[in-house]
Design a protein around this ligand. Structure first.
Ligand code: ATP
Ligand code: MG
Length: 306
């Protein structure tokens, strides 16, 4: 209460309603983490959830070994957007949050099958179903006026664990592997349509060419590119680092060249339905690029959203 009052009087406006040291869940093993936080299994009365723990004032960028200030508004947005989108259309559901003086705990449904990043080797067996679910999730976010801005395999969770636990999946083949669903997660970079740009643009392997060249004016179109690249990775494997490096260097001409090259990768050469939807999602021109919602009508994914 005292902290809350002090914060209210002298703070920077980062006040939530439920500030206390006492956590509603017991924090257990770490299951993941990135630039903005760590994720732990958390338990209360036998119920397990995933707790994403975010430092309130700073971001620790381990890759660059620096500490950056964090804006309270971006934390609030992550919680609000998670609650608004979660639990529907293959987006991970948010079970609430809790605020401690220096940390924010955001609770999500615990998804136990790891991430798509660990499943790309065998993803082609399930590509139509998983691609349909991912596109459904992206279309849902966009319909609500929210862009995700960090669509990549690490932010796509898999709902089922194989017999023998998380590590057993690599040995499985198509017939052994029970069907599982995907859940889009991580709203840490998401942005509402029209929101002022106050955080740096994230760039990386899965970014659209216009994001890489610093000329992105439509976050949703950029999401559609990233989703297209993930669909490509599901259907035909992860594009090579060399191809993506070329994309990073080459501007729009490089993007066109990149698209032409990846469409020649097997099995896309044999599967016209996969090629068709990937080609449209990887349109170098953001204004002509296929939207996730419209992609759901393409034969490759039509009827596969479960
Ligand atoms: N609901 C969940 N159930 C199980 N594991 C999860 C869940 N949410 C996240 N994880 C694991 O934690 C990792 C990090 O979570 P998340 O992507 O939300 O945070 P982050 O990457 O730190 O955020 P940011 O990308 O904003 O830096 C995920 O890649 C995944 O391995
Ligand atoms: Mg993440």
């Amino acid at each position: 209460m005292i902290l809350w009052l002090l914060n209210k009087l002298f703070g920077t406006g980062d006040v939530y309603e439920d500030v206390s040291e006492e956590l509603p869940y017991e924090i257990g093993d770490r299951v993941g983490g990135g630039t903005f936080g760590s994720v732990f299994v958390a338990t209360r009365d036998e119920k397990k959830v995933a707790a994403k723990v975010l430092l309130k004032r700073v971001i620790i960028d381990e890759d660059r070994n620096i500490v950056l200030p964090r804006r309270a508004a971006s934390l609030r947005e992550e919680v609000a957007i998670s609650k608004e989108l979660g639990g529907k259309h293959h987006c991970v559901s948010c079970e609430g949050y809790h605020e401690a003086p220096d940390r924010l705990y955001v609770y999500y449904e615990l998804i136990t099958g790891g991430t798509l990043a660990d499943r790309l080797e065998t993803a082609h067996f399930h590509a139509r179903r998983w691609a349909a679910q991912l596109l459904d999730a992206v279309a849902w976010c966009h319909a609500k006026g929210i862009s995700h801005r960090d669509i990549k395999p690490e932010n796509i969770l898999m709902t089922r664990v194989e017999k023998g636990g998380n590590r057993g999946w690599r040995k499985l083949n198509k017939d052994d592997e029970p069907e599982c669903d995907v859940r889009l997660c991580d709203w840490g970079s998401a942005r509402r349509r029209g929101a002022s740009v106050n955080e740096a643009e994230i760039t990386g392997f899965w970014s659209a060419p216009e994001v890489l060249s610093g000329r992105c004016s439509d976050d949703m179109s950029a999401d559609n590119w990233s989703a297209g690249l993930v669909v490509l990775a599901m259907a035909a494997g992860r594009p090579s680092e060399a191809d993506v490096r070329e994309l990073h260097r080459g501007g729009l001409a490089g993007a066109e060249h990149f698209r032409a090259r990846v469409l020649k990768v097997q099995p896309l050469t044999h599967d016209a339905r996969a090629r068709e939807v990937v080609a449209e999602l990887l349109d170098p021109d953001p204004t002509a690029r296929l939207a996730a919602g419209a992609a759901l009508d393409f034969e490759f994914v039509r009827g596969f959203v479960a």
